[in-house]
Design a protein around this ligand. Structure first.
Ligand SMILES: [Zn+2]
Length: 295
């Protein structure tokens, strides 16, 4: 092992980094942090692949349609840029070439994109019931099912996003149990479910990624990362930043970036009673195994 940390889920290709992406990536690589830039719709997926190809090593991509992008009204300037406008559900591209729209998952377009050797998985895909209404759940499920199908088709694992929808997510995944256990399960990113839900996802073959939120002080009666992280076996834990969001302690208030994954590693080491080196090696090995990456 080459003493490498792996940020398994980040967005260093988003608009939030449009002025200094190369510096941010250099800072990560100079500090032995490798990373996977995660696509969230067709433009950020294409961009993730393009950026991965710019770097001979250490930068990979996943491609997919995030559940909130199946909905027309969602728009995050940090993700897509501030100049985006919408018209009848079709967005006009901004200076960075990103668009925001209610995207219908285009199987063939994503399959074509997946042919790059830098694409290591499908996602982020899944379910997100945080902002959305009842009728959009159906749209999210349809897009998710198509992405599960694509993952089997191209033999790459899933990068799952799930928020306030774990029971429905697990129902869908359980109906694909055999294929998932055949190596397509992948990672549930930013896991914030219960221990019981974690157990069910473990049985389906999933690993779990934790980021900045796990470094925040925990309040009594609120969700506890500590409990879930202590419960999970070390061979099912990976690290993430989800940059530019959810910056870990001690950088809270600043834009998040991949090199801060080391702060997450410190927290996991503390909770699992391991050294930082052991935590780094184990979580990196998990990423290499899950996404079949050779470094
Ligand atoms: Zn993400």
């Amino acid at each position: 092992m080459q003493e490498i940390f792996f940020d398994a889920h980040t967005h260093a290709h988003f608009a939030a980094f449009k002025d200094d992406m190369d510096e941010v990536l250099k800072r990560a690589l100079d500090n032995n942090v490798y990373l996977i830039n995660v696509g969230t719709q067709i433009d950020t997926s294409k961009k993730a692949v393009e950026v991965a190809h710019k770097y001979p090593k250490g930068v990979y991509a996943t491609i997919g349609l995030h559940p909130v992008h199946t909905e027309k009204s969602y728009h995050d300037p940090q993700e897509l840029g501030i100049n985006t406008t919408k018209e009848e559900g079709l967005a006009l591209s901004n200076a960075e070439g990103f668009t925001s729209r209610g995207e219908v998952f285009d199987y063939d377009a994503y399959k074509e994109l997946s042919k790059s050797e830098k694409v290591v998985g499908i996602g982020e895909c899944g379910l997100d019931y945080y902002r959305l209404t009842e009728e959009t759940k159906k749209t999210q499920k349809e897009a998710f099912l198509k992405q599960i199908e694509l993952a089997y088709d191209i033999k790459k694992p899933l990068m799952i996003h799930c928020r306030e929808a774990f029971d429905d997510l697990i129902d869908i995944l359980e109906s694909h149990k055999n294929e998932l256990l055949n190596g397509y399960a992948g990672v549930t990113h930013f896991f914030a479910g219960t221990k019981d839900q974690a157990k069910k996802l473990l049985e389906l073959g999933f690993a779990f990624s934790f980021g900045g939120a796990s470094t925040f002080p925990e309040k009594a009666g609120k969700y506890s990362y500590r409990e879930v992280i202590e419960y999970l076996p070390m061979d099912k834990i990976v690290l993430e930043t989800d940059a530019p969001y959810v910056t870990p302690v001690p950088y809270r208030g600043k834009r998040n970036e991949p090199v801060y994954v080391i702060e997450v590693a410190k927290k996991i080491a503390e909770l699992k009673n391991l050294t930082l080196g052991e935590t780094r090696d184990s979580t990196t090995q998990n990423v290499l195994n899950i996404f079949k990456i050779k470094i």
